[in-house]
Design a protein around this ligand. Structure first.
Ligand SMILES: Cc1ncc(C[n+]2csc(CCOP(=O)(O)OP(=O)(O)O)c2C)c(N)n1
Ligand SMILES: [Mg+2]
Length: 551
């Protein structure tokens, strides 16, 4: 007779799950046995946090929840950061954890933590599965909740005795397709009128504009309207093509060159802005451009974001309907195109400077050179994220993965591993600081074991560079930011990966090319000169405009 864990696996198969990432414990053994004979692949990681980052990235890249598995107490708690990453980043994911039996307590309170409660602020929904009979409905509901806008993580706790309980009916609830509700015609008319009345409209693409299902509709809208656009950090790479209309990425909240376009605009059409991101511009109550919010959900009203018009509903359907209302009625904004040239030229300043260690601008430039249009770059969190957000140009949607929501260190490598598993035919590169890399570097073993093709760049400044920079900008003395590093080449080799070190600026491109040509997991240690942080992001921008807020 099937048992609870068989039913859970059948329900996961029913949802189309093909992989589960995780670290099992004693409390997962029934589930593990049910997985062993299923179509689902178990991908072991070396830390639960990495499993959760991988599952979240699966959700982010495919729109279908990634699934991860851990034991009770300590294993489940290691999921916390991954859950928060998916929750803030709106990535659909299912976290499954074990628990001691609920009907007896033969181990007293050993290892017991109230994980359902601990997951409350970190997930959209957290539930203990209380009986085998409830599994089909619980799993169906979990996937719906995880996938519905705004997507996010759902936690299910499976106690040992529920996993082992026999149950004669193994049927699962069939899936049906669902469309998002569409915006009201009156809201679309109001937005179209405002765009037609505006003299200098500008589009901003935010995090929710970057859902995988939106690529076609959004790219078509940009091509059809020929409106110039900028994006938030997490809205970067939401459209394919349209690069002639791209004005820049708002890596800072104000004062950067891209903000000249914001200041010039009299209307901003914010597509999918999620205020979980660091503000891409600061909206004022009086003065400044008016804002139309196009979202799956109403705008959250913030001090710095309080749109004047809202179009709520499926973003894809909204931009299609808006495009039809605007068709042939918009004229090209030559002034904006001219400003665009100036902004991009200034952002690209010194991209080919040949000093050694290389500058962040040069590293961005050289990485772009070795990455084909469809190559995927996955960033960890550190100072270089601002430079990549600002300077890296994307041509194809979802080719720059960065986290401007939880902005946690440690996700860059697992996230790149997920991309490499999903798209084995594309070049994938993780870019990490020496601090962030070491927070999940044990996953090199997983990457090697899985036979992934992956280049991991470590930007080496022997410090928590971003915080060190902020410390200096805020006038504090240099303190508590430096550390030593292992020999990264030998470190890679110890895992059965390859390693190289860049010793001259002209070696960067050939070293990266050789690493890709080599195949497998290849770690590249790149020293970085961070003096540009202050020269550009403080001094240069401050001269452009006083009172610049630093990143
Ligand atoms: C888990 C976590 N801990 C601490 C921070 C705060 N933090 C943000 S960036 C940063 C420094 C990153 O150092 P590194 O990875 O070496 O990158 P760098 O800035 O030096 O290029 C720190 C400590 C964070 N975002 N996430
Ligand atoms: Mg560093």
């Amino acid at each position: 007779m099937p048992k609870g864990s068989d039913l859970l696996v059948a329900a996961l198969e029913n949802e189309g799950v093909d992989r589960i990432f995780g670290v099992p414990g004693e409390e997962n053994l029934d589930l593990l046995e049910s997985l062993r004979t299923s179509r689902i692949e178990l991908v072991l990681t070396r830390h639960e946090q990495a499993a959760a980052f991988m599952a979240a990235t699966h959700g982010r890249l495919t729109g279908r929840p990634g699934v991860c598995l851990a034991t009770l107490g300590p294993g489940a708690l290691n999921f916390s950061t991954g859950a928060a990453y998916a929750h803030l980043g709106a990535m659909p994911m299912i976290l499954i954890t074990g628990q001691k039996p609920v009907m007896n307590a033969k181990q007293a309170r050993f290892q017991i933590v109230d994980i359902v409660a601990s997951m409350k602020p970190l997930t959209k929904l957290t539930r203990q599965i209380i009986s085998a009979a409830s599994i089909p409905a619980t799993v169906r509901d979990a996937f719906r909740v995880a996938t519905d806008e705004r997507p996010g993580p759902v936690h299910l706790e499976l106690p040992e005795d529920v996993a082992a309980a026999e149950f004669e009916d193994a049927s699962v609830i069939p899936i049906h397709s669902l469309e998002h509700p569409v915006a009201h015609g009156a809201a679309l008319d109001r937005a179209a009128d405002a765009i037609l009345a505006a003299r200098r409209p500008l589009v901003m693409i935010g995090a929710a504009g970057n859902r995988p299902s939106l690529v076609e509709a959004l790219s078509a809208f940009m091509t059809r309207t020929r409106l110039c656009f900028f994006n938030t950090q997490m809205g970067k790479g939401a459209v394919t093509g349209c690069s002639g209309l791209y004005v820049g990425t708002a890596a800072l909240s104000e004062g950067d060159y891209v903000h000249e376009a914001v200041e010039r605009a009299d209307l901003i059409i914010a597509i999918g802005h999620d205020t979980i991101e660091k503000p891409p511009f600061l909206m004022k109550i009086a003065g400044g451009p008016k804002v139309i919010h196009i979202g799956y959900q109403s705008a959250t009203v913030e001090e710095v974001y309080h749109p004047d018009i809202e179009v709520i509903g499926d973003i894809g359907a909204s931009v299609e309907a808006l495009g039809a209302r605007l068709d042939g009625k918009l004229s090209v904004d030559e002034g904006m195109l001219e400003l665009r040239q100036q902004i991009l030229a200034r952002v690209n300043d010194r991209a080919e400077e040949d000093r050694f260690p290389p500058t962040p601008q040069r590293i961005v430039h050289d990485v772009r050179k070795v990455m084909p249009d469809d190559g995927i770059v996955s960033l960890d969190n550190g100072m270089y994220k601002i430079w990549f957000a600002r300077n890296y140009r994307t041509q194809v949607a979802n080719t720059l993965l960065l986290d401007n929501a939880l902005a946690t260190m440690g996700a860059g490598l697992p996230s790149a591993m997920m991309a490499a598993m999903l798209y084995p035919e594309r070049r994938v590169m993780a870019i990490c600081g020496d601090g962030g890399f070491m927070m999940n570097s044990q996953e090199l073993e997983t990457a090697v074991r899985l036979g992934l093709n992956l280049v991991v760049v470590i930007l080496n400044d022997s410090a928590y560079g971003m915080i060190r920079w902020k410390q200096a900008v805020d006038g504090f003395r240099d303190f508590g930011m430096s550390f030593g590093n292992p020999d990264f080449v030998r470190y890679a080799e110890a895992y059965g990966a390859r390693g190289s070190r860049v010793g001259a600026v002209e070696d960067l491109v050939p070293t990266l090319e050789a690493a890709f040509a080599d195949g497998g997991v290849h770690l590249v240690d790149v020293p970085i000169d961070y003096s540009e942080n202050t020269r550009v992001l403080v001094d240069e921008l401050r001269n452009r405009r006083p009172g610049v807020e630093c990143a």
